[in-house]
Design a protein around this ligand. Structure first.
Ligand SMILES: Nc1ncnc2c1ncn2[C@@H]1O[C@H](COP(=O)(O)OP(=O)(O)O)[C@@H](O)[C@H]1O
Ligand SMILES: [Mg+2]
Length: 496
């Protein structure tokens, strides 16, 4: 791809970009959210048309390609946003627009199911072809998307952030599939924000920043630190964000809280406090947060908000008590894909003000403008679809959705999942600033350094219970990891 430029609504998002992938390599495309990676790939895949520049694939010029033409030429694309249709069965998704029919023109369901099963077997993917896609968890949906691409007999595979919903085992498996296909001469363009993945799988890299090419080279000749620096430019990384601040009265007190996946939890949080919860996946912190917010069943225990008992089990009741929660997994649980940015921002607030018939667009726009400034949301019009934004900006909009409910207790479940370093840094700054303004924040994260960045206190979960509580000065990555993995018990057991 040479001298590619592209604008959306007068905003240039790709500026005279060159990009080259060689046959048989895994080429990592790096850059913060909004850098233009997906746009460039969408041009290659025929989804968007370029404003200028040239694309050549296997020596053939590709002028004004369509998705069909790109597919036919041998380009398979796993998009960043899941493209599966929940109301269809797995095999129907798989054979969408390439259905297998009998001679009489009726669909050959049996054959499609058989082929889907064979494909899953060969890929080692555990999905039932007959299942409704809506019943799959997000990891399985992502695997379905990837399987669909691998089904296509392509020469070039574009994987745009394919691992965001996969666990480590699934990622390792995907990488073994990639290595196999690579050994057969196939080429991969791999987009990810996770440095360990990139350094494990990629041969070369290209970095974009703000729609421009920054650097390209061999992975063997660089380091994760260097690559991160190239992505964000200077001065972003390891910036100190935490600020000493006064804590107020207790605003949330829970006692003997138990539910599905969390047991006997006692927790008292003060006004303006930032509490960081962590632990291995499934160790109870996310589950507890859902219990507090009324999104999951609490079987015993009591909750007080500003000293007043509040019954659990209802999200709207929690919201009326100024509790807000940003759930994990943006794509699945936060984004309303068919709505605009403004509609997404107001979806929570409208639940609270339902009885108010006079929703003034002017007032909403004014409030949105404030949020946009506060959160540094990079968007053109509030009437654009939310999905037109980069992942980091989508997440900022969702944070805005909850700030907009006049939340006093903000629960954040893995808020920086799948967003780039720059947007992450902005979210840390925001947390610290909101706390300074007296908002109480409970953040659950699998990344311990995030807690070090923002929290006054760290609570480590293990097996559904609070395993350790560490004040800010004692938060140490190694120590926290020891508690999260229960290393001490293992050491004791080993010592007999
Ligand atoms: N369909 C679209 N309409 C308007 N703006 C878009 C569209 N797609 C992408 N953009 C904008 O282009 C810029 C680059 O986005 P994108 O290519 O998705 O970045 P990346 O994949 O590197 O995160 C962002 O500012 C984004 O908001
Ligand atoms: Mg992208």
């Amino acid at each position: 791809m040479t001298n590619i430029s592209k604008s959306f609504f007068g905003v240039e998002v790709l500026h005279d970009v060159n990009f080259e992938a060689e046959e048989g390599e895994v080429h990592a495309l790096l850059g913060e959210n909004g850098a233009g990676k997906s746009t460039l790939m969408n041009i290659l895949g025929g989804v968007y048309t370029k404003d200028s520049g040239n694309v050549e694939f296997n020596g053939n010029a590709m002028e004004n390609v369509t998705v069909q033409a790109a597919t036919k030429a041998g380009i398979a694309f796993v998009h960043q946003e899941l493209n599966v249709i929940n109301d269809l069965r797995v095999y129907e998704n798989m054979f969408l627009n390439k259905e297998i029919a009998n001679r009489l023109g009726t669909l050959n369901k049996k054959e499609m199911i058989k082929q889907a099963q064979e494909l899953f077997n060969s890929l080692g993917v555990d999905i039932d072809p007959n299942e409704y896609v809506g019943n799959l968890d997000s990891g399985r949906k992502q695997l379905l998307e990837i399987s669909k691409a691998f089904h296509s007999d392509a020469k070039l595979y574009i994987l745009d952030e394919p691992t965001t919903a996969l666990n480590n085992e699934e990622i390792a498996h995907l990488f073994s599939l990639v290595r196999n296909l690579k050994a057969q001469g196939n080429t991969f363009i791999f987009i990810s924000h996770k440095m360990p993945e990139i350094f494990e799988i990629a041969d070369r890299y290209t970095v974009f920043r703000n729609g421009s090419l920054i650097s390209t080279g061999r992975i063997a000749d660089t380091t994760p630190e260097e690559a991160t620096k190239l992505m964000v430019g200077e001065g972003y990384i390891n910036e100190e964000v935490y600020m000493e601040h006064e804590l107020g009265e207790p605003v949330l007190e829970i006692e003997n809280f138990s539910g599905d996946g969390f047991y006997d939890i006692d927790l008292k949080v003060k006004r303006g406090e930032v509490v960081g919860l962590t632990g291995l996946k499934g160790s109870g912190s996310s589950e507890l947060l859902q219990g507090i917010f009324g999104a999951a069943h609490v079987t015993s225990g009591t909750m007080k908000v500003w000293g007043q008992p509040v019954k659990t089990g209802s999200i709207i009741r929690a919201m009326r008590h100024h509790i807000a929660m940003l759930p994990a997994n943006r794509k699945e649980n936060s984004v309303i894909p068919d709505m605009t940015i403004l509609e997404n921002v107001y979806s929570a607030e409208h639940c609270l003000s339902m009885k108010n018939q006079h929703i003034s667009r002017r007032r909403e726009l004014a409030k949105y403008d404030n949020l946009k400034n506060l959160l540094n949301i990079k968007a053109n019009s509030p009437d654009d679809m939310l999905l037109s934004l980069s992942g980091g900006n989508q997440q900022k909009v969702i944070v805005g959705r909850w700030i907009n409910t006049d939340a006093k207790i903000l629960i954040l479940d893995n808020p920086t999942q799948g967003i780039d370093v720059g947007a992450k840094a902005e979210i840390y700054k925001l947390i610290v600033e909101l706390a300074r303004q007296g908002i109480t924040i409970i953040i659950s994260t699998l990344e311990i350094p995030e807690i070090q960045k923002v929290a006054d206190r760290c609570i480590v979960f293990y097996g559904g219970r609070i395993h350790a509580t560490l004040p800010r000065e004692k938060i140490d990555e190694h120590e926290v990891m020891m508690y999260a993995t229960n290393t001490k018990a293992a050491q004791r057991a080993a010592a007999g």
